[in-house]
Ligand binder design. Structure first.
Ligand code: ZN
Length: 288
């Protein structure tokens, strides 16, 4: 089941059951794994409906020191180590997409610096918005799924601002834009679309997340908990101000706190009952 409402709907009105136009769906992922976590179900629905997908990974997720220290048993992470980690995460992303039946040539890795997207935003760097405009004009998406300005992760918030700008600047009929929150939450009144996943879709989404072996080592339960029975997407956020440095910093602190000390049980919804899938075992075996 797919439910959707438009920005003109009343804030608390029941959502209308109108299927979003999935013919050409563009997914913007700040890091490898955000695509599977936020849109693993959406991607399956696009493919099942005969639609086309385009996935943009803005960064390689290379600045990910604690999982890397833990897995490689080293304290000092060099630039070469980060590059190696980024390559590993790109490979995991391709594995993850393949597990959903998404061809690797639908994805592009843009190579922007991990953990530095807010700096690029504040400096007025135009490289990402220009690339996004180019992608939108070439692919002409009917739907764009992008990170939310309400997400606690600064990269997600900054990239959300870049996407909103690019959608306005692109010389195409404006596609539908929905946003997703991975770290933190959004108010129910901003809900735009809710995708209910079948047991099979949920299972495949779980397997896609499990391909990100580098991320599961320290946070397995937290990551796999995203294979819930539904995916939520929120309204475009042109009405929300661009977050300032202080808000980005406080959001990041809240995110770190949540990861380290507090993971609400309500978010850690039980996943389908299979502790280990064949694709998960294959991904782990290939992992170095
Ligand atoms: Zn992310």
């Amino acid at each position: 089941m797919i439910e959707m409402k438009t920005p003109d709907d009343g804030a608390r009105r029941t959502t209308q059951r109108v299927a979003p136009e999935l013919a050409r769906t563009l997914i913007v992922a700040p890091h490898p794994d955000d695509d599977a976590i936020a849109t693993g179900g959406l991607m399956q629905k696009v493919l099942a409906s005969g639609g086309r997908l385009r996935i943009l990974f803005v960064t390689d997720g290379e600045s990910n020191p604690w999982p890397q220290r833990f897995q490689q048993r080293k304290i000092v992470i060099t630039a070469a180590d980060r590059a190696e980690w980024g390559a590993l995460r790109r490979a995991e992303a391709i594995c993850s997409l393949a597990s959903l039946g998404v061809p690797s040539d639908t994805a592009s890795f843009l190579g922007f610096p991990d953990q530095r997207m807010s700096s690029l935003l504040f400096s007025g760097d135009q490289r990402l918005p220009q690339r996004l405009v180019q992608e939108i004009e070439q692919f002409r998406p009917t739907l764009i799924a992008a990170p939310s300005k309400l997400d606690l992760h600064p990269d997600h918030r900054a990239i959300s601002c870049f996407v909103h700008d690019a959608v306005k600047r692109a010389a195409v009929e404006h596609p539908a834009l929905v946003t997703y929150v991975i770290h933190g939450g959004a108010d129910d009144h901003r809900l735009s679309s809710r995708f209910e996943l079948t047991a099979e879709e949920r299972q495949r989404k779980r397997a896609a997340i499990a391909c990100h072996v580098s991320q599961l080592a320290l946070s397995r339960e937290r990551f796999l908990a995203h294979a819930r029975s539904s995916e939520m997407f929120y309204l475009p956020e042109d009405d929300l101000e661009r977050p300032g440095r202080l808000r980005l910093w406080s959001g990041w602190m809240r995110h770190v706190f949540r990861v380290l000390f507090w993971w609400p049980k309500s978010e850690a919804a039980p996943v389908v009952a299979d502790p280990d899938t064949p694709s998960e075992r294959k991904a782990r075996a290939a992992h170095v």
